[in-house]
Design a protein around this ligand. Structure first.
Ligand code: IPE
Ligand code: IPE
Ligand code: MG
Ligand code: MG
Length: 320
């Protein structure tokens, strides 16, 4: 069928994923059940389960474990968002006020913990030790990435540190989703490596685009305040690219000296925007997304492969 979107291709499976997510909430008892329901009802793009399902179909993974995997990935992602919003002191998430704003911090911590635990339960349901090992390794990686970002707030990372960080906090989950899909399908070592590479590169592109969209914020339709990262001392790719071209910039020198008052950050943000560094960062995201698509070169040509290729283009074109 021509022009069918990646999401439409696996719409049926995504509905089953939603049913697993709902049943996680329903089984939790109050007040967890209500929180979990409100968090998932607010929507979200479901890009991680979409990629998981498409990769699984492409490699002929068995359906029930695949769907449980996709649901486990979305549960994990949502848990990280609940905790991330608490760490970032964010007001809004998925168009509604963040969980820690509506309830207490303690409740946000526990709801996130519960979702992590339920994700592990669901992922373990198919009793595959190789996917369990990958999945639990991923959980550690994400926590390390968030911790690294947290403790280095206010300092400029090197390019290598930035790449490490976005791998850990975001790309590792995309990579693991694809790796586990391949493991469920009992794929060869080469196929597993190609699937992982697709996930990792797509995830890197996804986080870079998120970091660029952060500069546009509310105005760009993300429902988040403008330049939240910058004003919270989280310096991302546009800043690093600006620094490479303008190493002597006085605002950057102040930031490196630990002085980043509001006026300095405002000037820096302006320089980055007018200098075209957001476009440069997007070009870097495009390199990652192109190489994600390239990783599929040896896979069979069919609608699932086309959908995964299409997704890499959507990742860089997205506005929210
Ligand atoms: C937000 O993820 C956090 C990042 C890793 C950038 P998404 O942009 O996928 O959030 P939802 O799931 O659609 O709300
Ligand atoms: C969140 O990254 C990534 C996680 C692993 C939770 P961001 O902090 O950039 O996500 P947003 O911008 O708050 O959605
Ligand atoms: Mg955040
Ligand atoms: Mg962000």
């Amino acid at each position: 069928v021509p022009n069918i979107s990646p999401q439409e291709l696996i719409a049926q499976d995504l509905q089953t994923v939603e049913a697993y997510i709902r049943s996680t909430g329903e089984g939790a008892g109050q007040p967890l059940a209500g929180m979990i329901q409100s968090v998932f009802q607010a929507g979200g793009k479901r890009i991680r389960p979409t990629i998981t399902l498409l990769m699984g179909h492409l490699l002929h993974a068995p359906m029930e474990p695949l769907i449980q995997l996709a649901a486990a990935i979305e549960l994990t992602h949502t848990a990280t968002l609940i905790h991330d919003d608490l760490l970032d002191n964010a007001e809004m998430r998925r168009g509604q006020s963040a969980l820690h704003q509506r309830h207490s911090h303690a409740i946000a911590v526990l709801t996130g913990d519960y979702l992590f635990a339920q994700a592990a339960v669901l992922e373990a349901a198919h009793k595959n030790p190789r996917t369990m090992e990958r999945f639990s390794g991923m959980l550690s990686t994400i926590v390390r990435g968030e911790m690294e970002q947290l403790v280095h707030r206010g300092t400029l990372p090197t390019m290598a540190e930035y790449e490490q960080r976005i791998f850990a906090k975001t790309a590792a989950m995309f990579e693991t989703a694809c790796a586990c899909s391949a493991l469920l399908a009992d794929a060869s070592a080469e196929t597993l490596a190609a699937a992982e590479q697709y996930g990792r590169q797509a995830g890197m592109a996804f986080q870079i685009v998120d970091d660029v969209l952060d500069f546009f914020g509310e105005t760009g339709g993300s429902g988040k305040p403008d330049q939240r990262d910058l004003f919270q001392g989280v310096f991302t790719l546009p800043v690093l690219l600006y620094q490479q071209k303008n190493p002597e910039d006085t605002d950057l020198i102040s930031i490196r000296a630990g002085q980043s008052d509001e006026a300095t950050l405002r000037r820096l943000s302006h320089s980055i925007q007018i200098g075209g560094f957001l476009q440069d960062a997007l070009a870097k995201a495009e390199e990652y997304s192109d190489s994600a698509a390239q990783s599929l070169a040896d896979f069979p040509i069919n609608t699932y492969r086309s959908a995964l290729e299409q997704l890499t283009r959507e990742i860089v074109a997205r506005k929210v």
